[in-house]
Ligand binder design. Sequence first.
Ligand code: SF4
Ligand code: SF4
Length: 393
Amino acid sequence: MVKVNSDLIKDIKKYGAFDVSKCFNCGNCTAVCPLAKADSPFPRHLIRRAHLGDKQAVLNAKGTWLCYYCGECSKTCPREAKPAAFMAAARRYATAHADVTGITKLLYKFPVLNFLVMSAVAVLFGLFMYAQRLHVRTGEKLIEVFNIPFEYIHWFGIGVMSVAVVTLLAGMVIITLRAGEIQNILKLYKEAKRPGRNVMFAGEFIKTAFMSIMREMFAFKRFRDCDTDKNEIVWYLKPWLVHSAIAWGFVGLFLSTALNFLIKDPAIRVALWYPPRFIGILSGVMLLYGTSVVILKRIAAKEINYKDSVFADWWLILTLWFIGLSGFVMTMLVYLPEVDRNTADLLFVIHVAPAMLVVVMIAFTKLAHVFYRMHALFVYELMGNLKSHITNP
Ligand code: SF4
Ligand code: SF4
């Protein structure tokens, strides 16, 4: 039995979902949702649990990760309670509660703090890198405090990235535990593996779940199923395509940077088809395209799924857009005959400082949900397949 706790819905509203209290539980939203399933009847069920104050039900819900925010449910809500915005807020809530450091919660709940922290870290990165470049080139020290021995910088960088990676991994463990039933399933599996009983090897289930996630990552299967406005939106503006351009653009830029780092000392003005440069240009164009479309759609606010963005959504998309644009300008400059070194240094810093900020803060921003979503879908698929095979062999 659940004791009603009205504080939960107030807390979730700090992550968005400002109109959800108008819901009168009719179920229209679940009936039209293309991704709701019998075992996860969202959004109605989740909204109900949130109103009752059942925190565990909200945090453990598979539907939080299944929803791709197509907005179809909000179109049919007779009370204008915006169930799609509630699902987005529940996802932010679940993401923030998977972060053991508590930083994500603070950044989501306090937009001013978010802005100050992000700006301060970006400016610090920028000043530090500019000072380093000047120092390396001319021996001049821009700011004495930034003249830090290289090994300190190296280990500090490794330390910061380790915190981000450990936080993400801890979040995945938390999501695995939230999926529940691990002990139950292991017990059933042990019992089912009696001699003479044909129970599939657990590895086969892992493979099946893994392949399903690969289809999601590369073919965007569920995201495309969520495309209900089949004829209303031209193909190059479809949300699944635009978001894929952003995701793969970001991954491609990361890969290009890593390749540049591994292939030591490549010439700056290499041929355009030199692999790291080619991947970088292609990814930059994808990132710039995807982020520009999202920004314009959010400003226009005509499509329901672009209407209820919170500060963290705006911050991320504008930063990614800026990284794409500054990277594009920087690459163009490389191929111009005469470029002033100070201008080149400045542009480099303007491009790399926000990129470093996004990577360092990856576990504490909206980007974390990309990892958590894929992991959660994998775990729920694995658990579901195992359970159904054991109980109906
Ligand atoms: S959110 Fe709207 S459509 Fe969904 S149950 Fe509530 S009132 Fe009905
Ligand atoms: S936004 Fe789309 S996927 Fe999410 S609950 Fe509503 S209808 Fe379903």
